[in-house]
Design a protein around this ligand. Structure first.
Ligand SMILES: Cc1cc2nc3c(=O)[nH]c(=O)nc-3n(C[C@H](O)[C@H](O)[C@H](O)COP(=O)(O)OP(=O)(O)OC[C@H]3O[C@@H](n4cnc5c(N)ncnc54)[C@H](O)[C@@H]3O)c2cc1C
Ligand SMILES: NC(=O)c1ccc[n+]([C@@H]2O[C@H](COP(=O)([O-])OP(=O)(O)OC[C@H]3O[C@@H](n4cnc5c(N)ncnc54)[C@H](O)[C@@H]3O)[C@@H](O)[C@H]2O)c1
Length: 455
């Protein structure tokens, strides 16, 4: 049995910074990874998809700048091999950085293999037993694959990013983040894309007006959107995939060369041996944690997607910050201090922080709202990118900012002007009275806040 002070399972977004911090504080730390270093974000998530989104936007601009007085003669061609090679290089750079970090820190030992718990204190990896006083689980998740698709050659976010030829057709099941980001990028690469979504709008967790605006944007991108599509099944037929849907309303069919499943993710907790420990899971397989991310076993913590408290890189990294602060910082951080925030990298992007209209109403909070369509924003008009709208919600009793939803050009950046004020605990008057630079989209935030109405 090898004894360490700490064991970390997974090298995603929380594991590596935690390993560095534990080692710097003198703890002999083992970190275990069964696949590529860096986890989902680096290898099959944020980094590669945002690199592809950038290539797709260049292709879109090259084809669609005539009304801006820029004519590009001839056929705009997309070379997926080059796009993939560029993303492979970005990933290789990240791997190199992580390898260097682990190598240079003497107190960190990297194990390449699958970790399984034998009991609350013992972990088996590559036939070797490890033990430690502190154990951190950072195992992330994987795509959910419904039974109806198991028999066909479906793609996931991982295999999509290995393609070297642009598919002729691409049917995507699921109209959430993964579905929409891949739909728009592959449509811009030249695939004929269809989205099958069982909800009545794309991104249906958002406020209805936002989900409808996103659905319009995606349809206007030339993507075929089939909403309310339930009971979707797939079968191989003559070298292609036949997808059937809406079985009760008289089954409909689409034949496609490629099929992407984008129907959510499940945590990697099913084969971790957790049944041999006292670590409790919820009904969806997420590890239950308290405000400091401790599990039901006090020396085991769970960080990142596997605890179900966030499903983003920044939430996984913040989980590291929370745990690290409990050991080494005077200012203790807690899960409950975090404002939920995220962006969906469609074009234009959706960016969100805090509560939206649906959530405010469900909580029965008395609130005010300010709204602005992007077509009234000077900078958006100048850029020729006027799709979307901005909404900010204010607590009517305290004047504090409850949240904001920005759908529009550059929204993933200027949402931070709201995020920072929320962390500062400022009232909306601070933002209303600030002078913002002209011409920017952000300059309309103070203007919007002059015109609050009751929600
Ligand atoms: C297509 C896509 C695009 C995304 N884009 C964004 C984005 O733009 N912005 C954003 O914020 N988020 C994005 N996300 C989400 C983001 O990737 C995840 O939230 C983030 O990676 C979670 O980090 P994590 O540390 O919890 O887990 P992961 O990054 O999944 O890392 C977990 C690691 O643990 C390893 N592991 C699992 N089980 C074991 C075991 N038993 N033994 C050893 N190792 C194990 C895994 O191999 C993996 O390397 C995207 C996700 C996808 C799928
Ligand atoms: N920009 C980002 O930050 C980003 C990008 C990609 C992924 N992610 C993360 O990855 C997670 C997973 O993304 P996702 O898009 O796979 O999940 P999701 O939960 O965002 O969307 C899944 C969609 O599939 C639909 N669906 C589910 N089952 C279906 C079925 N059987 N038939 C038809 N439709 C069905 C749902 O109604 C939903 O709209 C996200 O929650 C997010 O945290 C983040």
């Amino acid at each position: 049995m090898k004894k360490f002070d700490a064991i970390i399972i997974g090298t995603g977004q929380a594991g590596p910074p935690l390993a560095s911090s534990l080692a710097k504080n003198g703890l002999q730390t083992a970190i275990i990874e069964k696949r590529e270093l860096g986890g989902t974000c680096v290898n099959t998530g944020c980094t590669p998809t945002k690199a592809y989104v950038a290539s797709a936007r260049r292709a879109f601009i090259a084809r669609n700048s005539r009304e801006m007085g820029v004519n590009i003669e001839g056929h705009v061609q997309v070379d997926l091999k080059t796009i993939k090679a560029r993303k492979d290089q970005l990933i290789a750079d990240s791997h190199e950085g992580l390898e260097r970090t682990f190598e240079k820190e003497e107190l960190i030992t990297l194990f390449r293999g699958k970790a399984v718990f034998l009991d609350d204190h013992t972990i088996l990896v590559n036939g070797e037993e490890l033990t430690a006083e502190k154990i951190f689980i950072n195992v992330g998740g994987r795509p959910r694959v419904p039974k109806d698709f198991e028999a066909v050659n479906y793609l996931t976010n991982r295999s999509m990013l290995e393609l070297e030829e642009v598919p002729k057709n691409l049917v995507i099941v699921g109209g959430g983040y993964v579905g929409l980001e891949f739909a728009q990028m592959f449509s811009r690469f030249g695939s004929e894309v269809t989205i099958l979504e069982r909800g009545s709008a794309l991104m249906k967790k958002e406020d209805d007006d936002i989900a409808e605006a996103i659905t319009e944007i995606i349809k206007e991108s030339g993507i075929n959107v089939l909403l309310n599509s339930d009971c979707i099944k797939a079968a191989e037929k003559n070298g292609e995939i036949e997808v059937t849907y809406n079985c009760e309303a008289g089954s409909k069919k689409i034949t496609t060369s490629h099929l992407l499943l984008a129907v959510g993710r499940v945590p990697n907790t099913n084969d971790l041996g957790l049944e041999k420990t006292g670590v409790e899971l919820d009904d969806h397989g997420f590890i239950k944690v308290n405000d400091e991310l401790q599990t039901s076993v006090s020396h085991i913590w769970a960080l990142g997607d596997c605890n179900g408290e966030g499903a983003f890189t920044h939430t996984a990294y913040n989980d590291f910050q929370i745990v690290n602060s409990t050991f080494y910082e005077d200012r203790k951080r807690k899960l409950s201090d975090r404002f939920p925030c995220y962006a969906a990298y469609i074009d234009p992007p959706l960016a969100r922080v805090g509560l939206d209209e649906k959530q405010i109403k469900a909580k029965g909070i008395k609130a005010k709202v300010a709204e602005m369509p992007m077509k009234k924003v000077a900078r958006a008009k100048e850029k020729g990118e006027t799709a979307g709208k901005m909404k900010i919600f204010i607590d009517a009793d305290t004047d504090k900012i409850l949240g904001a939803t920005f759908l529009g050009t550059g929204a993933d950046e200027y949402i931070h002007t709201v995020i920072d004020q929320m962390y500062a605990g400022a009232t909306y008057q601070v933002m209303r009275d600030a002078v913002h630079i002209h011409p920017t989209v952000s300059e309309l935030i103070p203007t919007m806040l002059e015109n609050l109405r009751e929600l």
